[in-house]
Design a binder for this molecule. Structure first.
Ligand code: NAP
Length: 472
């Protein structure tokens, strides 16, 4: 495919192959953008921001609503494309395309709801003859940098609220999975978006990222990706609004009164979806010593039943990881844990980019598979004795994106909600659950700022205060 810069679909002699992670077959190529393309995109985005700021909310609503309808009509093709470039199983590809409809439609609705408030300045000792009102205005040029693991929906979570808020947006999709973002750009233009309201630059983050994020014309950066890249962007961004949606090693606490079958179902669903490459995947299962063995017995057959293979075949339950080197990382971390006292209960084998769904028990908190972000299809199980110890273990990490607890005991659930340092908390389900109506984002080094259209629109707009100084 071509990339979209300054109102044109353009190609370049230098290209990047996009491959199917299952067999490394080249499915398409995209241009490899350089510094001159970044400059053209930003110049154009400045013009686009003026056009977008002048577009009434009703028009922004209409464009986004039409885009949502087009995404819905193309569900099968988009689902297949997501699955092909990312490696997730086809049913997950279709589900992601359906979620994109919700995200863009939710953003459309927000385009009609952007408002300020009157401020009762007469409550101030010197405010009697003043009238105050706040206005929400677009930031201007927003740069949206997205990761590989949800190549359509995570782009929608940025682009939808940015456009709803009246900004121009420059998309920089992940190099492994740029095709879905390019298709979304096509759809937005077909839906009537002004030509310079969007740019989609394909190219290596390591080559074009610094120029994009440090440029003063950019007033908003919204980034989803790894902690280390996020930190670099924060250092370079300077004084501009930034949203960071970063990584995690999400914990689940299994209390002694938990329904173990329910926990096993939830851990299987939330630990291995998209081959574990979800920022809120269950990575650590902290299990009460009293039910430790019974929980492993309940979980093992469910994980063993997760068949691996070609992601496009309906029978496959877990597809390849996005690159073989990621599967090698998972293999290395599992081996390292085993060499320091953990044991593989099920899984533990790798074939190319496919890593078998794995349960690893007797994991110590200091092992990499527990304390770093694994981002792969292995779940680490660790015993604990008291609720305080479980909460301390859950919090013993730089991350804080999502967490779950299984218990019927209200006091334990409330203690978990109050004391676990995490942006999202789930009682009686795993950490991997999200609806677009919720404010979604991490604490600590999992980032800052919230997504979910209602909250993201606030991040994509600035608040102005207007004071009328009246004479009577
Ligand atoms: P990544 O390596 O950090 O890449 C994310 C994006 O940043 C890609 O578009 C990448 O481009 C770009 N990038 C790389 N270097 C850059 C630089 N110097 N300046 C600007 N941009 C740069 O992450 P990933 O491997 O794609 O995704 C996995 C990570 O994302 C995990 O840590 C996961 O937890 C996190 N994630 C978080 C959430 C959340 O909501 N909190 C959701 C999904 C994923 P290239 O592809 O060209 O390198």
């Amino acid at each position: 495919m071509k990339m979209y810069v300054a109102g044109q679909w353009i190609d370049k002699a230098e290209k990047i192959d996009v491959v199917n992670p299952y067999d490394n077959a080249v499915i398409d190529t995209v241009p490899r953008a350089g510094a001159a393309d970044v400059e053209r995109a930003l110049e154009s985005a400045v013009r686009g921001a003026r056009v977008m700021a002048g577009l009434p909310g009703y028009e922004r609503w209409k464009i986004l609503k039409r885009a949502a309808e087009l995404i819905e009509a193309r569900n099968e093709a988009l689902g297949r494309l997501i699955s092909l470039e990312e490696g997730k199983i086809i049913s997950e590809g279709r589900a992601e395309a359906r979620r994109a409809v919700e995200t863009i439609m939710g953003s459309a609705e927000e385009a009609k709801r952007i408002h300020g408030e009157t401020i009762p300045l007469d409550g101030d000792p010197g405010g009697g003859k003043r009238f105050g009102v706040t206005l929400r205005v677009p930031c201007g040029v927003a740069v949206a940098i997205s990761p590989f693991n949800f190549p359509l929906n995570l782009v929608c979570h940025k682009v939808g609220p940015a456009l709803a808020g009246g900004n121009a947006v420059v998309i920089k999709p992940a190099t492994d999975t740029p095709l879905s973002a390019l298709k979304l750009t096509e759809i937005l233009l077909e839906a009537g978006l002004p030509a310079e309201g969007v740019q989609c630059l394909t190219g290596l983050g390591g080559e074009i990222g610094d120029a994009l994020v440090s440029d003063r014309r950019v007033r908003k950066i919204t980034f989803t990706g790894s902690r280390d890249v996020g930190e670099r962007i924060c250092r370079l961004a300077g004084i501009k609004k930034v949203t960071m949606e970063l990584g995690s090693n999400s914990p689940v606490i299994v209390m002694p009164d938990a329904d173990l079958d329910k926990v096993a179902v939830a851990v299987t669903a939330t630990g291995y979806a998209n081959a574990g490459q979800v920022c809120i995947s269950t990575q650590r299962v902290l299990t009460a010593g009293k039910v430790y063995g019974d929980f492993l017995d309940a979980l093992t057959p469910r994980v063993a039943a997760l068949t691996t293979g070609n992601q496009l075949e309906e029978k496959t339950k877990v597809g390849p990881m996005v690159r073989e080197k990621d599967a090698l990382r998972v293999e290395e971390w599992v081996k390292e844990a085993v060499s320091t006292g953990a044991r593989v209960v099920v899984g533990g084998q790798r074939q190319g980019a496919i890593y078998a769904p794995t349960v690893i028990a007797d994991v110590k908190p200091e092992m990499r598979i527990s304390c770093d972000e694994l981002f792969g299809p292995a779940v680490a199980v660790t015993p604990f004795n008291t609720v305080d110890e479980a909460i301390a273990l859950a919090n013993d990490t730089v991350y804080g994106l999502s967490a779950g607890i299984f218990t019927e005991h209200l006091e334990w659930a409330m203690k978990f909600a109050r004391e676990v340092q995490s942006g999202n908390l789930h009682v009686n389900w795993g950490p991997q659950w999200r609806a677009d109506l919720m404010p979604y984002g991490g604490l600590k080094e999992s980032g800052f700022g919230k997504e979910g259209p209602r909250y993201a629109v606030e991040e994509m707009t600035e608040l102005k205060m207007v004071v009328f100084h009246l004479s009577s």
